[in-house]
Design a protein around this ligand. Structure first.
Ligand code: 26Q
Length: 818
């Protein structure tokens, strides 16, 4: 009885209504008549929780009893998206709830819109973590996700005079019905101070004496598997001041200082850093990293493992997966726990630690590789720096043993970089400590081995592997695209939702005229649905007869939103110069979504330019409404779920060799958009699967990029020799999009002409030619729809369930899933 959880409420409509009203009355403290939409949303969320609770308790209990190996996913970001729809889907309660609420005069869709999504991530890496924990729950793999409960997630983007303005994302303000705080499981996390040695019965040991500490409070979130009765846990940590922290000061009579120091401690989990490519080396960021990783390791070692567990068996029980280098300080932390706290021999501890971590790299850009100055690290985490030094010494000794005294190689491979400042290379530490290192798409993994870490690849044969990213079909197909899901299920059954390769069975239907008509009607329906959302949200309209051409992703120069702008400007120029009659232009609506890191000036200028081009093009009567540029602010998971299913064309146009994988590319293809893309990241694998004839390829390949770089790239040469390109750039430079002011976009133009790090100009001609082919192809709607269907049928590979199978087989070696 003690371990048997109370069953959830009855799953009848009546049972649901009773439970919902109870929550409204007793949980929210209002009657139905008094209740606001927010009251109703919160009561509904809590009611749905009740249905999941028994399964959650049961899943936790079994994982504890079974003593099998599980995964601890360590990620500084989880970009979860709204929870309600997914929880209803996972429990099969959508209809019951819809009917029950209707009987009370409440519309479920209205309550769903009330939810503020937890935006606890920047983009791809954070969303990937959310997809992975969804898949692991659905596959029944034991997993705890560990991360940070930021009080403010990714900023809310607004536009003022066409320019980005950031607003705080107070996602907790209206209530947080999905979380369960567990103050009794709080952990103390130390910082600063010094280390000292002491004699422990004849053995000299080291201990760390921190100068200050903060309390880490865990907040648990349910991660429901799809219709399988399992609920895994996501545990996010919040920083609060320790009682000692402020009491000491308070007792000393300094009330103000006591409050100030409390704020100081609580800053640690206050806000998500909105940078996602050029880490600034900020102290608070390192505090965040150590804070959540130390809390997670403590939680696992002291609370999750049974009492008396022999830590020599740790590698049989857990694998800590490092989502990029952000949690890699966990490596010296585990060493510290084993050696200093558990008094284990160093060599033994290192042998264990090496088996307990694996590292996923998500980038190729050198400036995105994290380094922490020895100065800062030594000040904040003195014991960890000592441990890193020893790991490095022993590692370099091994390198010497294998390769001899090759000083250049030693300097290249050292975990400690000497120039421009002494700093710890976190990717190297992760590679040395990780049992496996993986990239996130075939091309990326290959470039990682050959270009970023070649010495390590040579030193550690077999350590490097690939796991191509994936996306969860539950959220990004079943939930986001109900109409297409319905058609698929009607055609091939429901199995595809957990076995996405079964979409293959749709292939023959590409030749079925009636199926094509239904497929095309669904795309049209999704466009109208997106139109309704954009109209209500931003006052935008998407004309029914337009091709919907979408580029949604973080704003980065390497992703080349500028190339897209140059295409739009070229089309506009063709019309206004009279080269082409507006009536002969394929009508297109371009939809952008992109946030720029707050401190990334060039990215912000590009946002300004997109908005300015949009304002001009949209307002010009000569265009006759045949081109439309929409840039809804604050692109997030919620908007993605509406926009992606409406897309005809997916823009994946990064410079070859720069986008590690991309995951938006997969979501679009699965929803029947055709891709125009470079040979980069997972685009390569998408094209291989869907076939050349169903993919618009353009631009240089990675070796061609390298060759041009080596030969000396001169962007101005392309400007001078290509009149189309020249006209587009000149038009921007002329002030045509800035009220005649030539200075507004001068920095963008001069950067393109004289630097152009990501070779926009070199790929321009190829891009325009391919876009013209897109227009022609779109003219044959039957053929286009055939291609779109084949895109859906052939991209089942990109399910994050498959990614999880690959991680299990190649990296984790957790027990096989049925
Ligand atoms: C690091 C230190 C300090 C501040 C911020 C950061 C930081 C935060 C986030 C650095 C990088 C990120 C996020 C990176 C990211 O999203 N990368 C993307 O990961 C996807 C999933 O693997 C890939 O599909 C994308 O290609 C890759 O760009």
């Amino acid at each position: 009885l003690a371990t048997a959880p109370v069953a959830g409420p009855p799953t009848s409509v009546d049972g649901f209504v009773k439970e919902f009203l109870r929550e409204l009355n007793f949980g929210q403290g209002v009657t139905l008549a008094q209740s606001t939409v927010n009251d109703q949303y919160l009561a509904l969320a809590r009611t749905v929780r009740h249905y999941l609770m028994a399964r959650w308790l049961e899943t936790s209990r079994r994982q504890f009893e079974q003593q099998t190996k599980g995964v601890a996913y360590l990620s500084a970001e989880y970009l979860l998206g709204r929870q309600l729809g997914n929880a209803l889907l996972a429990t099969d309660l959508t209809e019951v709830v819809e009917d029950g609420l209707r009987s009370l005069g409440i519309d479920l869709a209205t309550l769903r819109s009330q939810e503020v999504e937890p935006g606890l991530g920047n983009g791809g890496l954070g969303r990937l973590a959310a997809c992975f924990i969804d898949s692991l729950a659905t596959m029944g793999v034991p997993c705890i996700g560990y991360g940070i409960r930021y009080e403010y997630g990714i900023f809310r983007q607004t536009f003022v005079d066409d320019q980005q303005v950031e607003q705080p994302d107070g996602w907790l303000a209206l209530g947080a019905p999905w979380e369960f705080p567990h103050p009794e499981q709080a952990q103390l996390i130390g910082f600063g101070g010094h280390t000292e040695t002491y004699d422990d019965e004849g053995v000299t040991r080291t201990r760390w004496v921190p100068a200050w500490d903060v309390k880490a409070l865990p907040y648990n979130y349910m991660v429901p598997g799809y219709l399988n009765g399992r609920v895994n846990t996501l545990r996010l940590w919040r920083a609060v001041a320790t009682d000692a922290f402020d009491l000491k000061i308070f007792n000393a009579g300094d009330f103000e200082e006591a409050v100030r120091s409390q704020t100081f401690a609580e800053n640690i989990s206050k806000v998500l850093y909105p940078e996602d490519s050029t880490p600034q080396g900020k102290e608070l960021r390192l505090q965040q990293q150590y804070f959540f990783v130390a809390a997670s390791i403590k939680n696992f070692v002291y609370d999750v493992l049974p009492e008396g567990f022999d830590l020599h068996e740790l590698p049989e029980r857990i694998i800590f997966q490092l989502n990029d280098t952000h949690p890699v300080i966990g490596v010296p932390e585990l060493m510290r726990v084993l050696v200093d706290e558990k008094k284990m021999d160093w060599d033994e501890a290192w042998a264990i630690t090496k088996q307990c971590f694996a590292y996923t790299c998500h980038t190729l850009l050198p400036e995105a590789l994290e380094v922490w100055s020895v100065d800062l690290l030594g000040r904040l985490l003195p014991r960890h720096l000592e441990i890193i030094y020893r790991i490095n010494d022993e590692f370099l000794a091994e390198v010497r043993e294998k390769f001899g005294d090759d000083e250049l190689r030693i300097r290249r491979m050292s975990i400690i970089q000497e120039y421009p400042a002494r700093a710890v290379r976190m990717a190297y530490l992760a590679t040395v400590a990780g049992a496996k290192v993986n990239g996130v798409a075939e091309l990326h993994s290959q470039l990682l081995r050959e270009k970023v870490l070649p010495d390590f690849d040579e030193f550690y044969p077999g350590k490097f592997t690939n796991v191509t990213n994936g996306v969860t079909p539950r959220r990004f197909l079943r939930l986001a695209n109900p109409a297409l899901s319905e058609l698929i299920t009607e055609t091939i059954g429901v199995g595809w939702i957990t076995d996405l390769e079964r979409l293959r069975e749709l292939e023959p239907y590409a030749e079925d005229e009636e199926f094509r008509a239904r497929f095309a009607a669904i795309k049209a329906h999704n466009k109208r649905r997106a139109n309704a959302v954009l109209l209500e949200r931003d006052g935008f309209t998407v004309p029914d007869d337009h091709m919907v051409d979408v580029m949604v992703k973080r704003l980065h120069e390497y992703k080349r939103q500028l190339l897209k702008v140059l295409h739009i400007v070229t089309l506009y120029d063709r019309i206004v110069s009279g080269e082409v009659a507006a009536a002969d232009v394929t009508p297109r609506t371009f939809i952008f979504g992109a946030k720029a890191a707050a401190g990334y000036a060039m990215a912000k200028r590009i946002i300004h330019l997109i908005n300015a081009v949009g304002s001009t093009v949209n307002a010009d009567p000569r265009v006759e409404g045949r081109l439309k540029v929409l840039f809804p602010p604050n692109y997030n998971v919620t908007l993605a779920e509406k926009v992606i299913p409406a897309a005809d064309l997916s823009e994946q146009i990064s410079l070859a060799g720069k986008e590690a994988s991309g995951t938006g590319n997969m979501k679009f293809a699965l929803n029947g958009a055709l891709t125009i893309g470079t040979d980069d990241g997972a685009n390569v694998e998408i094209r291989e699967l869907v076939g050349d004839e169903n993919f618009f390829l353009f631009g240089m390949s990675e070796p061609e990029v390298q060759a041009l770089q080596d030969a000396g790239y001169r962007p101005s040469a392309f400007y001078e020799s290509d009149p189309t390109l020249r006209r587009a750039i000149d038009l921007i430079a002329s002030g045509a999009f800035s009220g005649g002011d030539r200075s507004t976009f001068e920095p963008v133009v001069s950067n393109l002409l004289h630097q152009d790090r990501f070779m926009v100009l070199a790929d321009f001609a190829s891009y325009i030619a391919e876009q013209d082919r897109v227009d022609v192809a779109y003219g044959d709607q039957e053929q286009w729809t055939r291609s779109a269907i084949l895109n859906v049928a052939r991209t089942g590979f990109f399910s994050s369930d498959r990614s999880m199978v690959d991680y299990i087989d190649r990296i984790w070696h957790t027990p096989p899933v049925r």
